[in-house]
Design a protein around this ligand. Sequence first.
Ligand SMILES: Nc1ncnc2c1ncn2[C@@H]1O[C@H](COP(=O)(O)OP(=O)(O)O)[C@@H](O)[C@H]1O
Ligand SMILES: C[C@@](O)(CCOP(=O)(O)O)CC(=O)O
Length: 585
Amino acid sequence: MREDGQHQQGLKGILKTRPVSTSNSLSPSPKPLTASSPLQSSQHIKLPPIDTMPDQLLSTVPANSTSGRAPAMLRKHSSPMMPPFMVSAPGKVIVYGEHAVVHGKPAIAAAISLRSYLHVSFLSKSHRTVTMRFPDIELEHTWELDTLPWDAFSAPGKKKFYYDLVTSLDPDLLAAIEPSIQEVSPKAPESIRKIHHSTACCFLYLFCSLASRKTPPCVYTLRSTIPLRAGLGSSASISVCISAALLLQIRALSGPHQDQPPQECELQIERINRWAFVGEMCIHGNPSGIDNTVAAGGKAVLYQRQGPGKPSRIVPIHSFPELPLLLVNTRQSRSTSVEVAKVATLKENHPALTENILNSIGLVTESAYKLLTSPDFDPSSPESLKHLGDLVTINHGLLVALGVSHPKLERIRELIDHTGIGWTKLTGAGGGGCAITIIKPRPTSISNGNGVHPDHSSSDEASDSDAESPKAAASVISSGTKLKHRILDNLEVKLGNEGFDKFETTLAGDGVGVLWPAVLHNVNEEEGGEEIDQEKFLRAEGTEGIERLVGVASARARARKLDALRDVREGWKFWRPWETEANED
Ligand SMILES: Nc1ncnc2c1ncn2[C@@H]1O[C@H](COP(=O)(O)OP(=O)(O)O)[C@@H](O)[C@H]1O
Ligand SMILES: C[C@@](O)(CCOP(=O)(O)O)CC(=O)O
C-alpha cells in the first residue's frame, strides 16, 4: 500500500503507535495504540565490532551443541568461515477495507504464508566484497567493500544508529550511493534496470547505514515465493529480510527465543520494521508503512489514517486465526494510483453515494474487528467463520460498486463461487492483481448456507446430521477434506487454463523469522541435518522447491504435521508476542 495525495502520512506516526513497551500488547483485545515515546537512550546498545554472528542467536543453537556455537558436525568441514544463516518475512493481503482506507476508514491487513527468504553466507576476509544475488529479478552484483561511500554515511549529522527512527531518505546519502547503483546492470533494458536499481538502492542504503567498512565480506542471496507487483507486499517483505539480516549481523537484536517477554519481542520487531520502512522508501518513495509493519510483525493489523500530519492508528490483531487462504493472481498488471484516482472521481461525481459505499466498507472492517477481538471469539466455530466470510463477500460487492474490480477478477470469483469452496473478494487496489478466498471448513455445509450449488456430485457429500457418532464425525471430516482437495485440484486446472496463478496459502502467520545456522531438520529425523549452502538454495526449483528446502511451516501444518511430515521443517525461530502473551495469561 502506498500513501496517496492528501492522505500522505509519514511512518513517524505509524512507528510511534507500535507497542514498544506499553502494556497494550498484553491485552487480549488490544486497545488502539497511542503515540509512545521513541526508545530511551538507556535501551541503546553500543555497536560491537562486526566480525562474528550475533551472540544472542546462540541461544537458538540446538541443545546438543556443547560449545554454544553451531555443532561442528553440521558445518561443512571445508569451510573455515561462520556458517550461513537465513531470515524470512511474509507478504500481506488486505482482508477488508482497501480504498476506504484512503478515505479515513479502517482496514485490516494480514500476513500470508508466501514469503521471501534471504540467505547470508560469509566469505574469507581476503575477499573484501559484498554481493547481492537476487535471481527472481535476475539481478546479481558485487561491490568492492572499500569503494562504498562509508565516509558519507558516517559524517557528523549523517550517521544513523540502528535504534534511530528514520522517516525520510537523506538526499545527500542517496547521491553518495548513486555511482554504486549506476554500476548495476548497465546493459539491461531500461525497464529492467529500473527494477534492479530500486532493489539495489534498498539494499545499499540499508547496508551503508547499518554496516561499516569493517563488515565481513558476505553474499546475500534472496529468493521469494511472493509474486512481484501484485499488491502482495513483495518489496516490504524483502526490505524486512534485508533489515533483519543486517541488524542481526551487527548484534542489534536479541533472540528470537521462546521465552522472550512480549514487550521485548515487540521491540525487536519494531527495530526491524523501522529500517524496513527505510528500504520501502527506496523502492516506493512514499509507502504507507503498513506492508512492512505486517511483514515484520506477522499476524494481522487494523490500520486507519487519522488525517494529514497525525499518526496512523495501527492495532495488532493477535487473535486473527491462521486460516487457509486461496490466492489467485489475475496476472493483469494494474496501477494502485489509477484505481485510487477512479474512486476519487466517483466521489466527485456522486459524493453522497460514494461516501455511503466507503462508510459501508468501514462498517465491514469494524464488524470483522469486533468479532475478532471479542472475548467469545472462537476461530474454530463455523458461525464465526461464516461471519468473516459473509463480510468478505459484502466487501467485494462494495468494491465492485466503486468500480475497481476487473473482468478477470469477476471471472475468478465466478469460477470459485461455482465450487462453493469459500468466500472471495479482490484484494488491494483491484483493476487486476489478486483475489483472495477464505476457504470454508467443509464445502458442503457452507455452500448450502450460501445457496451456492457446489461443483461436485452430492453422492460425495456427507451431511452434518451424519456426524452423530465420533466414528461418523471422523468419516465426515475425512470425506469433507477429500472433497475439498478434489475441488481445489479441479479449480487449479480451470484457473490455469484461463491463465491465472493459484496459490494455497495461510492467512495471519508469523512475521520475520530467523534460521541460524542455516541447517534444517525434518520433523521425523532424530538428529543431523544438512547445511543449506548458497548453491543448494539457488538450485531449489520454484515455490515448491524453496518451500521444501527452507519453507517456514504454518502453525496449521506444524499442528497437523500432515502426511507431508517430511516436508515440515524445524529450526526457524520467530518473535511471537502473542504466544508469550498467552503464556502469561
Ligand atoms: N524477489 C525479489 N527480488 C528482488 N527485488 C524484489 C523482489 N520482490 C520485490 N522486489 C522489489 O520490489 C519491487 C516490487 O514492488 P511493488 O511493485 O510495490 O510490488 P509489491 O506490491 O509486490 O510490493 C520490485 O520492482 C523490486 O524492486
Ligand atoms: C487501494 C489501497 O487502499 C490499497 C492498495 O494496495 P496495494 O497497492 O494493492 O497493496 C491504496 C492504499 O491504501 O494506499
